[in-house]
Design a binder for this molecule. Structure first.
Ligand SMILES: [Zn+2]
Length: 391
């Protein structure tokens, strides 16, 4: 049976190709990056690959149009979240169309956006652009924006940098000018083992960890009560959350080790470092003296697993003004999930977030993007590329 014609065959077929690459963050993304690089090469566009230290992952940066001036960067991540233990109706790595929706891992977060960008390439390559379009596709966003950080470092060193950026994370094509930051922290409590009949001879790592988690929870309650607040975020305050904990081996052994993971999702104008500093002083003033009086080698290790800066709203941001005009919106939205946008803003590139699909459909079984979102994204990109050329 011949395939049914769809409203957007180019982006659709590109999305099928992209979804077919299993780029779950634990895997290499190189096959997908090479696919994009070869695709761009067909239109005479060279790609720069920025590899990670293992050589198994890479960011791709490519410029269409003049190279002596900066332009508009269209940015997205190529990795996706895992599908294990999720109940999918169809193969997550094959696009399945049902009732105006394209199902598959990454269709929404965020290969749909990348497909629409790539579908625009043939026309862009044939246009005499005054200002360039930069394409930036990264690795390991889902595990801590490591590819975005590497790309931001690369951009910072360039003589000619992009002047503005759209990160196409799923916002339902709403224009977003701010998102929370995310500080991910690993904590390891090292206690001292012993027979549980003699608790005074050991340091119970599980109980110390519980005290630290309780302290984090008290700080969370305080933020919720006292703020600071920004009503355009949901929830409108900085959040602290412990997501995982492991420790101990048996009821009658004083546990030697306990590990847990927590995160701080901060409003743009709140420094998560200050929250972490408060936790560190609680540990060193209150917990360590008691622990080390029993076992001098006991202690608490705190490691930052990743640090994703917030995107701070900026009313002077001209790409924001343009995007609001193009979409006929009065006020930009704010999102509580972190993206790579704050990293690019951090190296001086005014950035907004706007992309097809809704975050509620991301990271879930039967993830999908609606075809009308793809069509809206295509119109938006066409218009913002035109605006970039006039700027
Ligand atoms: Zn994403």
């Amino acid at each position: 049976m011949p395939p049914k014609p769809s409203r957007d065959p180019d982006a659709r077929s590109l999305l099928e190709e992209l979804v077919g690459f299993d780029t779950v963050s634990s895997n290499s993304n190189l096959a997908l990056i090479e696919f994009i690089s070869a695709y761009l090469f067909r239109f005479g566009i060279q790609s720069t690959l920025i590899r990670d230290e293992t050589g198994t992952k890479a960011d791709l940066l490519a410029t269409i149009g003049p190279s002596d001036t900066g332009g508009l960067m269209l940015a997205g991540h190529t990795d996706v979240v895992p599908v294990e233990n999720q109940d999918w109706a169809t193969d997550p790595f094959r696009v399945d169309e049902r009732k105006g929706r394209l199902y598959g891992r990454g269709t929404c977060d965020m290969k749909g956006f990348i497909a629409v960008v790539l579908a625009a390439v043939p026309e862009l390559a044939n246009t005499r652009l005054r200002r360039p379009i930069h394409l930036a596709f990264t690795y390991d966003e889902e595990t801590g924006c490591f590819g975005g950080r590497a790309l931001a470092r690369h951009l910072e060193r360039l003589k000619i940098r992009p002047l503005r950026c759209v990160v196409g994370e799923p916002t339902g094509m709403a224009v977003v000018d701010g998102h929370k930051g995310k500080l991910s922290v690993d904590c390891h409590v090292r206690g001292a083992e012993g027979h549980s009949a003699f608790i005074d001879k050991g340091v119970n790592a599980v109980e110390i960890a519980a005290e630290i988690v309780a302290h984090l929870r008290a700080m969370q309650k305080n933020l919720r009560r006292e703020g600071p607040f920004d009503s355009r975020f949901d929830p409108p305050f900085t959040t602290i959350h412990t997501g995982q904990m492991q420790g101990g081996i048996a009821r009658n052994i004083i546990p030697k080790d306990c590990r847990f993971e927590f995160e701080i999702r901060n409003l743009p104008h709140q420094d998560p470092g200050e929250i972490l500093a408060e936790l560190r002083s609680y540990i060193s003033d209150t917990l360590l003296p008691e622990m080390q009086a029993v076992a001098p080698k006991s202690g608490v290790e705190i490691d930052i697993q990743s640090d994703i800066p917030a995107l701070a709203p900026d009313e002077e941001n001209e790409i924001l003004t343009v995007a609001l005009q193009l979409t006929g919106t009065n006020a930009p939205g704010r999102i509580s999930f972190a993206t790579e946008a704050g990293l690019y803003q951090g190296v001086g590139i005014p950035t907004i977030v706007c992309g097809p699909g809704h975050i509620a459909q991301a990271h879930k079984p039967d993830e999908f993007v609606a075809l009308d979102q793809i069509a809206l994204c295509r119109t938006f990109l066409h218009d913002i590329i035109a605006a970039n050329d006039r700027a």
